[in-house]
Every structure is written in C-alpha cells, then in structure tokens.
Design a protein. Structure first.
Lengths: 218, 218
C-alpha cells in the first residue's frame, strides 16, 4: 500500500520532471533563437526562466517539509535528498539556456553562427532537448532505456563540443576572434547542459540503489 | 546545552570549511601553474582534487546519516540540507580549478597568458583564493564582515571578467583566436568559482534565517 509519504514523493517527482521539461523547452527556444536570429525568442527564453525558478523554490520547500514532517529513512530519505539536487540541476539547465539566449541578444541583429556551423548547432540543440526529456522520463519511471540513451547522447555531445573546438582553434578559421569566442562559450553551455542531465540520471539511480553508476563530466 | 546533534553538525561544518579551503588551495596552485607555466603544479592540482571528492562523499554520507538518525526540524534541518548543497558547490569549485590546470597542461610548454594579462590573472587568482577562504570562515562562524567581503570580491571578479572579455573582443587584440578562446574560458572558470563562493555564503545565511540574502550569478 502506498503511504501518504509516497504520494507526496510522487508529487515531488512530477514537479522535478516538469522542471526538466521546462529546461528542455527553454533550450529548444534558445536554440531556435540562435539558428534563426530571433530576438523575441531569445527574450522569451530569458523571461520564462522565472517559472523554473519558482518551481525550484516550491520543490525545495516541499522537500524540506517532507523531511521535517515524515523523517524518512533509507531509500525514502535518499529520494528526497536527490530531489533537492535534481531541482538544482534542472534550474541550472534553464540558466544555461538563458546564457545561449543572451549571446543571441548581444549579437543581434547579426547571427552568432557562421553558416558552416549552423547545421552542427541544430544537431547540438536537438541532443540537448532529448537529454532534458530523457531526464524527465528517468525521474518519473526510472526507464533504463532512457537512462542509457542519456549516456549515449552525452557522449555525442562531448564529441560535437570537441569538433567545434577544433574548428575554431584551427589555422583555417576565418571568422575572427569574437565569433570564435561566442562559439566556444555556446559549445560550453550546451555541454554543461548535457552534464546536468547526466547528473540527474545518476541521482535517480543513486536514490534507488545508494550507488552512483553514471559519472557526469566536471 | 549542546546536543549530540549539534556536535555532529559542527563536525559537518568543519569538513565543509575544510572543503572550501582545499578548493582555494587548488585554485591557488592552478593560478601559480598558469602564471609561471608550471606543468608539475598543474598536474598536482588535478591529482589533488581526489581529496576533495573523497571529502564530499564523506560529507554527503554524514548528512544523510544525521537526517536519518536525528530527524532534525526547522533551522537544524535547513542546516543539514544546506550542508549537502555547500559540499556540492565546494566540490565544483575544485573542479573549476582543475579546468584552469587543464588549460595550462594543454598549452604547455607555451604560456596560455599573453604578457599584458599576466598581472590581471594574478589579481583574479588572489580574489578567487580570498573568496574560498572567506566562504570557509562564513561556514564556521557566520562572520558578517567576511560575508560582505564575499559580495564585494564577487563584484570585483565580475568587473575583471568583463574587462578581460572586452580586451579579447576588441579589434586591437593581436594574439589570435586560440589565445582569445583560452582567456575567455579561463575568465569564465574564475567567475564561476566566485559564483559558487557567493552561493555558499547565501546558503549559510539561508540555513539560519530561512531567507536568502545574496543572489549568485547564473
């Protein structure tokens, strides 16, 4: 039989999954603004981060209340502590989408992307959204297929980041310093976004087993 | 009278302060390796992060044990949850020092710093070490003078980061793309290091008041 505690924990996890989805939507919108040089989409990305921040506040509060009222132990306790970390990761993912949008805003009306990397950023953006959605799924049902896809997508993200870095650092680079700097920062924001999705999946595994099985990049 | 719980909480805070000090030492060594192009110091920075990771694991374990055995409420509960966040921030500060050291390693035997920014990075490095030490102090005794110095030093760090960014992005920049990219990444690592110190101070205030008074940058 499900206890009151478990119903409250389910509600907490629903909120966490929603936070991941919101972070994914934020990165999707930020990527769209980057690819299409759309200032409105960039502004909207930044404005809507407020929703994520509010949800994080609610989750933190709900987690503290659960700990205080129910004093859970063992895997129940780990699940609540994991929730606090996951909320922090998802909030930060939104923050990174905001960073992407801010670069779009700073460069507007010019594009931050030289034409030869547009396709690459389209792919990087899709990977980021998949990672956020998979993290949401893993939170809700611990789906091992999705958890392993997170690992694969994170590896793909790291490859893309390395390729981007090589492109920018090569002697053939012809777009000057400001474009190079923006691309490297953008690459880092997406890569960190992926790292937080990996960290969330690792936390979900930890909360059930007490062991971590995934190692997020530093 | 101090309870068993409060003695354990004191021990936890001693470990957290030690984590901040270790993160500060890591950034000090990383900065030294950057300023003097010292590969050994860079390698040592990276190797010694293991100590910080181990300590973080111990703190997380001690916090879970405290929650499970003592079921604290109100400000005691907030203090333990804050400890889990602070451990994560301090660990990440060490990770950022590791990133600085990795740039030194990648560029060795060349310097990552054009001569005109060496003095600036020396100052940035000192600020970072002060921030880590002040965070340690705030954890131990909630010293309001140190907490307000953290705010000032973070503002100074943000100024330096902006100045560095302008230098690199200006048409007068003459050191090419790879040097520009490394400087921007280095600037970002130090700035994030400062943000985590600010976040730690904010958590310490939160644990006593239930309100946050400092707002770390995204």
């Amino acid at each position: 039989m499900r206890t009151e505690f478990h119903h409250q924990l389910d509600a907490l996890n629903t909120d966490l999954a929603h936070m991941c989805e919101l972070a994914g939507e934020a990165m999707q919108r930020a990527t769209l603004s980057l690819l299409t040089v759309d200032l409105d989409a960039a502004e909207q990305t930044i404005t809507e981060l407020e929703t994520l921040a509010r949800l994080r506040h609610d989750v933190d509060h709900a987690a503290l209340t659960l700990l205080a009222r129910q004093a859970p132990v063992a895997s129940d306790l780990r699940a609540v502590v994991a929730a606090v970390h996951i909320a922090s990761d998802a909030d930060r993912m939104g923050g990174l989408a905001g960073h992407v949008a801010r670069i779009v805003r700073r460069r507007h009306p010019e594009s931050a992307l030289p034409s030869e990397v547009v396709a690459q950023f389209s792919e990087i953006g899709s990977l980021a959204v998949d990672l956020a959605d998979d993290a949401a799924s893993v939170i809700v049902d611990g789906d091992p297929v999705r958890a392993s896809r997170i690992r694969d997508d994170d590896a793909a993200m790291n490859d893309m980041h390395r390729r981007l870095f090589s492109t920018v650092m090569s002697p053939q680079w012809s777009h000057g310093v400001p474009a190079a700097v923006d691309l490297v920062l953008l690459g880092r924001f997406y890569e960190r976004f992926a790292d937080h999705a990996v960290a969330i999946a690792a936390r979900v595994l930890f909360r059930s087993t007490g062991q971590t099985a995934l190692h997020p990049g530093q």
